[in-house]
Every structure is written in structure tokens, then in C-alpha cells.
Design a binder for this molecule. Sequence first.
Ligand code: UDP
Length: 358
Amino acid sequence: MRIVLISTPIGFLGSGKGGGVELTLNSLVSGLLSLGHSVEVIAPKNSKLYESNEKAKLYFVEGEDQISWQHQKLNSPVTIPDNSLLAGMLEKGIDIAKKADVLLNMSYDWLPIWMTLNLEIPIAHIISMGSESSAISNLISKVYDKHPYNFAFHSKIQANDYSFIKKPIIIGNGFELTNYIFQDSVNGPLGWVGRVAPEKGLEDAVYVANELGEKLHVWGVIEDETYASKIEESFPKGTINWMGFLATDELQNELGKCRVLLNTPKWNEAYGNVIVEALACGVPVIAYKRGGPSEIIQHGQTGYLAYPDDKENLLSYVEKIDKIKRKNCRKWVEKNASTDIFANKVVNWLNKVINAYY
Ligand code: UDP
């Protein structure tokens, strides 16, 4: 298959601003290449793919980013800036896709989904968030009536946000296992990884660290400075150890030293890449039982699922984290979330999309 991928219109690949989509795109490219497919990627200027993905052709587009939907109101109107990066990437993608089998959109936005109704080329969408915008959900509903195969989701619970989708196509996610090294560090620190923004609920993990009289190691882009300072001021100085945003190689090395990863989102997390990355290093994860994490973590085997927003429950599980065998964590990823498993699911899905057009 010849596949043209459209990246996120928020930040270049490698900036961290695009969140999990950046890693998902790279994993998918690896998996598709190893299955022998041809891949072209349309991405913002300065984007970088993994070195091992050098066989994929990368096209750069310049322009203004979109505003991320999780930081807008559910009923906000769709805005498209002047010199729109998203529009530019679509224009380029459509042009290249004339000679390809399928255009695969990884941006969560209105314009590419609307284009589905106006293109003869098959265009498939990996929906990377729960329902964060009425305008987008209503549009998906409309397009779904005509093109029921064109949408795929990372988890069942994410797809439930789109109640009109009767039989959602679930593709999970994939991780390049050679990028993550197993570490058997049972006495390490408490870790937290993610974009520092309100929907990620960092404050609950800091609460747990403070109750235990420990430091919380935090990795990720500080997307919302005001939110970050507010949390810092609510707890004794030094409770948070800000570790910055690291590339995967360094991140996994540091993360692997943790005895547990706390994952505390307040929203319907579509998947939760950081959970699988921790598991791949052998680090068990404690998360709230909501969203993607509740489908990934095997309660009592690879971590624990606490009652949503119940910090005491979260804390009680940290105290028995030594019951989890770190090897089980790595094994789960090998069996369920490798790049090959992911790419195979995506290819099966894309075949369905393409067949429906001819
Ligand atoms: N991440 C990273 N370096 C860091 C912290 C985070 O590369 O120091 C990446 C991480 O690998 C993951 C992404 O940020 O792929 C966060 O994705 P997730 O699915 O957890 O949440 P999202 O940001 O998409 O809501």
C-alpha cells in the first residue's frame, strides 16, 4: 500500500506539543515500513521522524498551528488561522495522495474530516481524543452515515464518547520495543509523565507524593504555566522535581528507574501512551479507572486502577506496588502493543476503507 500520513497541526514532530500523536505517528510509520508498505508523511517544518524511519519520505509545511481542542469549550466554533498549517498540510497531502492508495489523517480537527465528503481519494481518520468539540462530533456523525469505515479509535472507552458509532474500529496503539529497556528498579522514585495541563490532573499525583513525604519526578512539556505554578504553590517546596521534556531515548532511561508511574487524567483519555512506555520499561502504573488507562492496565498484574479522583485510593495502591512483578509489565506490552501488532490492525482497517470506495 502507498499511504500518505497527515500529522498533527499542533507543534512539529519532536516538540512535545502534539502530545501522544507524535509518538503514535512514528510507531505507525515503523510498523508500516516493516510490513513493506510505502509511507509519506506531511508534517510541520522542523519535524523529525525516528532515524529508523528514514525510508519514509517527509514533506514539510509551514503555517500557523491550530488551537488544541482540549483547551477550548465544547461548543467553541471552529477557527482556522490565516496561513493555516492544517490547510497547508491537507493541500499537500491531497496532492500527493492522488498517486497513493489512502490519505491517513492524524489531526483531531474539523477540516480534514469535512474533506471526507468532498474527496474522491479515500481519507481515513485516527481519532485521537474523546469528544472534545460538538462541531467535530456532529461532523463525524454526518460523515459516518456515508463512510462508516473511515474512523478508527484507540480504545473502546474513547469511542463510547461518540455514541452514534455502532461498531467502532479499535486499533489500540503501538510502541517500538527496542526503544525501551527493561529495568528491575524496585526502590526508585515516584514518576509522572505528560503534558502539564489541567486535563492531566498532575495535582493528584503530587498529593500522593506529599502524603508519602517523597518527591514526584515529572517529565513533559509545561503547556500551561499558570496551572503548573498553582500546583507548585499548593504543596511544600521541592515536592515536584521538574525533569523537563526528554526525547524517548532519555525519557525511557529515567522513567525505567521509577518504582511506579502515577497517571491521573481528569478527562476521557483516548489511550495514554505514557502508560505503555512505563510498562515497556518494567514500571507498573497506577491510574484512575477511566478512559484508555482502564483498558490498558491489568489491575493487580501490571498496576492498579483506583476509583476516579479518589486520591486516598491512589495512595493505598502505591503502598502495595511491590506486589506487581515488573516483568509482567514488559510482557504485556510485547504481547499487546508492539509496532507490528498496531500496524497490522491499521492495515486491516485501511483495506476496509479503501475497498468501500471501489
Ligand atoms: N513525552 C516525551 N517526553 C517527555 C514527556 C512526554 O516524549 O519528557 C511524550 C510521551 O512519549 C507520549 C506523549 O508525550 O507519547 C504524551 O502522550 P499521551 O498519550 O500520554 O498524552 P497526550 O499528550 O496525547 O494527551
